[in-house]
Design a protein around this ligand. Sequence first.
Ligand code: NAG
Ligand code: NAG
Ligand code: NAG
Ligand code: NAG
Ligand code: NAG
Ligand code: NAG
Length: 670
Amino acid sequence: MRLKLFLVFAFLLIPPAHSVIHRAVDIIEMIRDVTNAILKVCDVVESLEDKVTGTHDKQGQLMNRIEVVDDHIRNLEQMESLRTALTIETLIQELHQQSQLQHKLNLVNDLTRIVKSRYAQLGDYIQHKHALEPATLLKFAEWNVDPGPGSLAMQLELIHSVLFEDEGQADNKTDFVNTLLSQLTLNYEKSPGQMCMAKHSAQQFPFQLYTSVALTELKAYSMMEFSWMIQRELGKGNFTQEIALMRNNYARRMESSVRVLSQVMARSGRVYWRCDPGKDKHVSGETYDRATRLLQGYVENEANLGENQGCWGTCGDYPDTRSNGCYKGDKELCGKQTPCNGRLYNCDDMDSDVEICPSEGNSSRRYEYIQSDDGATLGRKSSNGRCESATKTASSGWYYMLWRCSYCFCLCDEQGPLSDRYFNLRDSLSDFMENKVVTGVRFVKSNRVFHLQLQQGELLPRGAINVSSLEWLPLDSYHLNDVDVRNDYDYHTLTVDSRAMDLDEITSGSNRSLVVTGARFRVWHKHLNLEVRFSYFDFPTGRLVEPKRNSVWLNNSNTEKTIEKPRQELIVKEADVPTAADQPSLPLSTSNQYMNFFSSSKVKDASQNTLPFIDVQEVVPHPAVPLAGLGIFYKSRPGSGGFFAPKVVTYDYSQYLKEVSLSTIQDDSY
Ligand SMILES: *[C@@H]1O[C@H](CO)[C@@H](O)[C@H](O)[C@H]1NC(C)=O
Ligand SMILES: *[C@@H]1O[C@H](CO)[C@@H](O)[C@H](O)[C@H]1NC(C)=O
Ligand SMILES: *[C@@H]1O[C@H](CO)[C@@H](O)[C@H](O)[C@H]1NC(C)=O
Ligand SMILES: *[C@@H]1O[C@H](CO)[C@@H](O)[C@H](O)[C@H]1NC(C)=O
Ligand SMILES: *[C@@H]1O[C@H](CO)[C@@H](O)[C@H](O)[C@H]1NC(C)=O
Ligand SMILES: *[C@@H]1O[C@H](CO)[C@@H](O)[C@H](O)[C@H]1NC(C)=O
């Protein structure tokens, strides 16, 4: 007997099989493990009868066991809270407009709180177990399993039916679309605010909610088990039937909630992307970065444009030209500003005399603002309205021989040390030979070159990721002028006629045996085009299967000229810098589109910036998951220039969830 007792104790002290939650399906198994542990304790206590004498002894033994189980549950809870920022309370705050959902969720929250406070009371008893009167414990136990309307069993049934049962559709339970879990998930999918806070895809959402409720249920269940045990120990009866009923109900609820969960997960989206950091929280180099001086606003006198200096036309006669230095007539601006040594495009007349406020030193801007004498301003004046450097005037009112020479506003395309316009074309691969797969992605500008940097982690059995192995792959950060580095081989240079970004989501489709192990850009019909590498893996063992041989690069090779599904251009005009937008950006592109880098608005920004900006926030779902796809998309708001940003598609767990067996709850094979 002593030996058996000891064994049970040892079993309970060893944490359940997987002591760190690596993967989504783990928690279901851990809950099952704890449940089994509870059942085991019950068995042992049953066989203890009459062997341990004295009520106080029995009570002490019981409380010891409750304590161990309690530790397990607390551990589970702690791990869970580390995994996610999402709680029922925060969800309720997010739902303020959805009164119907909010009301139901409030109900779940209230019920959860009741269980929590009861459970806390149990915690107090455990703490003072040596001084506890049997009568107190008995009262507590009786209340817990009291069959009245306020009983724990009723609370659990209520929570379950609110969250997992279809409203008024008792005979059609195949899709569960009307369950609160499903509706909340839809709601999550529709509101980026929730995704930004929780940092995971819609498919990961119902799982988090399920877990939170399942833990509550587990607490209540363990309390009920112990309550029957206590009553039995204290000689109040056998309760064989009551206990059997309770266990049946628990098993039924668990089974049905996992069924609903897997249905809802199968339906929900798996894309995760990053929201803007919030107004006034944009930080250059930290949350966003920019290509610079690709087609930048530039003021030049008509006399200096074209081959034969003169002013016999308008600026509009020069759609594509260059500046030919300073002609003698122009004494005002030319020679006082850094000239544009590249080509000038889309020149346009400036009607009146203008006052130019040049930018300081190394700024990628040339001008802060340009103001006409009629007061109209291109660009933005600083809040004090002053120009930090001396203004320069440019008058259109001078004549060359008989012709009036006006100033032109052109777009200057000049490569040089202030123009960052490079994208890495080299492959970026996870250490697939060490069974590592891609778990996240971000843009980084390094030595003036944009890279798509990958985060990797070790793949474990059943789609789990070893969280302590997570790391960003080191950047291949060469310099543009290194001897072995070549344009359009190692990197691509954006130019006027090759400055498009293809907007695609490259996924493994329905093949659940593929996970992402690499990414790269290629130049495809002059566009930057994303390619993603997928490797074949074995779900049960988590091993990549011959990843050197069994990997494929997937891409979307459609162009504007493709007959079937031609690529669509996404055009934005007259846009301001996205960091000035009041509202956070939303995804505006769909797959199979493309967008050119373009100049910021002439009126709002004197066309000084290259848009869109590049979002450089890390796109890493929490908890870590293998990826079934990567993409580049465009997010913005009307009037804003927006951002190019990466997104990820999380691995689809839903089918495997169905396979998690819950039938062993009553299994006594330990
Ligand atoms: C069950 O729901 C599905 C889809 O919502 C519907 O097509 C079907 O007719 C429903 N069946 C019954 C018996 O209501
Ligand atoms: C109580 O349980 C024991 C074994 O679990 C059984 O042998 C006994 O008949 C039960 N007594 C009553 C009154 O149900
Ligand atoms: C411009 O950049 C160079 C090199 O980064 C630096 O040495 C110089 O001080 C900068 N000048 C100004 C005015 O910021
Ligand atoms: C997880 O990764 C860490 C660090 O790479 C390693 O020490 C540990 O053994 C790994 N754990 C498993 C379960 O593979
Ligand atoms: C999934 O992809 C792997 C590797 O390309 C291939 O061997 C396998 O047949 C595919 N499975 C399905 C169901 O398409
Ligand atoms: C891009 O994908 C197509 C199939 O869509 C494939 O034929 C082609 O080889 C891929 N290109 C590269 C460079 O891998």
